[in-house]
Design a protein around this ligand. Structure first.
Ligand SMILES: [Zn+2]
Length: 283
């Protein structure tokens, strides 16, 4: 994989980017044609070797913080979808009630069913809100690229004996000892990460044996993606750099040493998202 240090960067408008090889198998797909889901200058490619789908240029982490703030791109996305196909967009908005028909899933629900206590790290923790409802038996930690959000999370987590680190996740995870964490939350995070495999490898090291990582990501294999095409809610240019299917998520997790379980309902093709539990084997 081409690392930041040893690759030429380019400018897409005001955004500094670097080219990415396939995040799953490291193949160079420079000759592969961008898919029809691409939105110039952001090219979505399907790896010719392993089938992983990804944007082949990633904004620098600083650019992700400064110009790709989630709130801002959410607004841009809403406008983009409204402009592409106003009627179907409005129908999609008005049928949001369908989401409430699904059972409510939470990271805490997955963790509490498997792990009774210990240190838990939230990757891309933002201001720490996602761990506010964790019982006191869990000590909260987080890693976050936005300095302002990390400072807020650090206050909340610090009061409970944890902390939040302001860094990209590979760098942040390096600061923890082997087997330090009982569990990890990767909720709406892995699709944003420029280096998902190195993150999973580091996470494997810092998790205790039988430790788990709860993952929620958009499911590129969902029926809605096939129906909606470029209007699918999972597409965000370039916020969502990685487009996992159940198969490629399992393959990447296996490369990092994890066993993957989707349970009975974690990868339904009728849902835009999938939920998986990655477990570090005991030996
Ligand atoms: Zn590949």
């Amino acid at each position: 994989m081409r690392a930041w240090e040893c690759v030429e960067t380019e400018q897409f408008g005001s955004v500094v980017v670097r080219r990415r090889d396939c995040p799953l198998c490291s193949s160079n797909n420079d000759g592969v044609r961008p898919s029809g889901h691409s939105q110039p200058p952001w090219a979505i490619k399907k790896c010719a070797t392993c089938g992983f789908v990804y944007i082949d240029a990633a904004p620098h982490y600083e650019a992700q913080v400064e110009t790709m703030a989630w709130e801002r791109t959410t607004k841009l996305e809403e406008r983009r979808r409204a402009e592409i196909r106003p009627i179907s967009y409005r129908v999609s908005k008005r049928t949001r009630f369908r989401l409430r028909l699904l059972p409510k899933r939470t990271v805490l629900g997955y963790v509490a069913a498997r792990i009774g206590s210990g240190a838990v790290v939230d990757l891309g923790c933002g201001g720490g809100q996602a761990m506010e409802n964790f019982p006191l038996a869990y000590k909260p930690f987080g890693i976050e690229i936005s300095a302002a959000a990390a400072a807020t999370a650090n206050q909340t987590f610090g009061a409970r004996g944890g902390c939040a680190i302001n860094a990209p996740c590979v760098e942040g995870l390096r600061r923890f000892d082997n087997g330090f964490f009982a569990a990890a939350s990767l909720r709406s995070y892995l699709e944003h990460e420029a280096e998902p495999l190195p993150v999973l490898e580091h996470l494997h090291r810092v998790l205790a044996p039988r430790g788990i990582a709860v993952v929620k990501v958009p499911n590129y294999g969902s029926l809605n993606r096939l129906v909606m095409g470029q209007r699918w809610c999972g597409f965000r240019y370039p916020d969502h750099l990685n487009y996992f299917t159940p198969t490629t998520l399992r393959a990447m997790a296996a490369k990092a040493g994890f066993e993957t379980s989707f349970g009975l309902t974690g990868k339904l093709p009728t849902s835009d998202n999938m939920w998986a539990v990655l477990t570090k084997p005991s030996a």
